[in-house]
Ligand binder design. Structure first.
Ligand SMILES: Cc1cc2nc3c(=O)[nH]c(=O)nc-3n(C[C@H](O)[C@H](O)[C@H](O)COP(=O)(O)O)c2cc1C
Length: 426
């Protein structure tokens, strides 16, 4: 009856049975390797970043993590993705999802490309070869930097079946440009990325403070810091010196210092693209475009498309977050041109947002470098697996079975202004 006091609860008890405990407690097999344990505990790219900070000398970590001037653009890149709201379709079957996409004539595992990063063997001695091997293993392209620490030919040897792209810094030396392009051609690279946002070097203050230059000339403080990471030090010292591997044999045998300054050509203009379009029969993308006008111009000059990129905020600070300018750039170049976007992609949901807002694919730089620093090749694979799982799960929760179905109606983006780009004339 209502209001009557309840009887005290009486619970019958017995001794616990081992067979029942075993069913509910999941005992993990102990893992021996420290690296494997570290990677297993990293559930997100941000966890990999934390692990990388612990395993890598400060100057090296900062070289990857840092950006230009006040690092405003680097922060904007990340913030732009976090302003996106998803709008899922209800009651759509998402069984048997397919995250793959067509990119420049090939089917790839998901809309993601490993971006070119110079001097990758400094981050971890596995370097570029490891990233290329992972790219081949999972089925997405890898772009090798002109200033990579593994040569065009050695990366191909490490990943004979990979879709390899070559990132070109167009120099003022025609013989050097010709040498690089013909070697990429001979080694079966499918695509050239012409980087155009490096006419002069960006000012990365963390590197100045740490005394880190490329090629490295280290201060006593940096050396002291590096000595706190004996494993990193030992691996670097026992796996061959760091060099701009694709440039050591170029005509005239320039010194590393000469090579570094050759990479920044203040005289670079549209005639470089015209030359390259005539010379290179493969696919050609221009990397480092952030306005619809520039994107339209390079496509008119024969590029197959663009990488909407501000170099991860490492060159011109206060330039726009790349996600903010993506829709206007897609509109300017039309549906046929290839549009990639990079900068600030740290989560599979960022890839969803980029796809929905008009990108064919994203490129990731720091996301895989954190993995590389935290655990070499297996860390790069871990970074990819994290992003791939986040991407597919989010796609399904949005009611989308195939990457191609993602569209602008799946996302809401607040008007520009809240830290983003105020107005982009098209
Ligand atoms: C350590 C480092 C080195 C880089 N080196 C190059 C390079 O040699 N050539 C190039 O075109 N871009 C280079 N980039 C830029 C990347 O290709 C890419 O545009 C950028 O990392 C994307 O931003 P995210 O790091 O936030 O993903 C580098 C980026 C980093 C972090």
């Amino acid at each position: 009856m209502v209001g009557e006091p309840l009887e005290p609860v009486s619970t019958a008890r017995r001794l616990p049975r081992w067979s029942e405990v075993r069913e509910v407690v999941r005992f993990r097999r102990p893992r021996l390797g420290r690296t494997a344990r570290r990677l297993e505990h990293a559930l997100t790219i941000r966890d990999l970043r934390t692990a990388a900070r612990r395993t890598t000398p400060r100057a090296v970590f900062d070289y990857v993590d840092g950006a230009a001037e006040e690092e405003i653009t680097a922060a904007r890149n990340v913030a732009a993705y976090r302003r996106v709201t998803f709008l899922p379709d209800a009651l759509r079957s998402v069984a048997d999802p397919d995250p793959g996409v067509e990119l420049l004539g090939s089917r790839i595992a998901m809309p993601l490309v490993f971006a070119p990063t110079g001097y990758t063997r400094m981050m971890h001695h596995h370097g570029e070869a490891a990233v290329a091997a992972v790219a081949q293993h999972v089925g997405v392209p890898y772009a090798l930097s002109t200033v990579g620490s593994t040569s065009i030919e050695d990366v191909r040897a490490a990943a004979p079946g990979a879709d390899l792209w070559f990132q070109l810094f167009f120099t003022a030396r025609p013989d050097v440009n010709e040498d690089l392009v013909s070697r990429a051609e001979a080694a079966g690279y499918s695509t050239i990325l012409l980087t155009v946002d490096t006419v002069v070097s960006g000012m990365r203050l963390r590197d100045v403070v740490n005394g880190l230059t490329i090629p490295p000339t280290l201060t006593a403080r940096t050396v002291l810091d590096m000595s706190r990471f004996p494993a990193w030090w030992f691996n670097e010292l026992t796996t061959g010196g760091l060099a701009f591997a694709s440039l050591t044999g170029v005509p005239g045998n320039p010194t590393p210092g000469e090579v570094a300054s050759m990479m920044f050509d203040p005289g670079l203009d549209i005639t470089a693209l015209d030359w390259l379009r005539r010379r290179w029969r493969g696919k050609l993308l221009v990397k480092g475009v952030t306005t619809p006008a520039s994107a339209g111009e390079v496509v008119e000059h024969g590029a197959d498309g663009v990488v909407v990129s501000n170099h991860g905020g490492r060159q011109l600070d206060r330039s726009a977050a790349t996600l903010d300018v993506l829709p206007a750039i897609r509109a300017a170049v039309g549906p046929e041109a290839t549009v990639l976007v990079d900068g600030g992609v740290l989560h599979g949901q960022d890839v969803v947002a980029a796809r929905a807002l008009g990108a064919d694919a994203v490129m990731i730089g720091r996301a895989y470098l954190y993995g590389l620093m935290a655990g070499g090749r297996d860390g790069v694979l871990r970074a990819y697996d994290i992003l791939a799982a986040e991407y597919q799960r989010s796609m399904q929760l949005l009611g989308v079975r195939r990457s191609e179905e993602l569209s602008a109606r799946h996302v809401a983006v607040p008007p520009h202004g809240a830290g983003g780009c105020p107005h982009v004339p098209s």
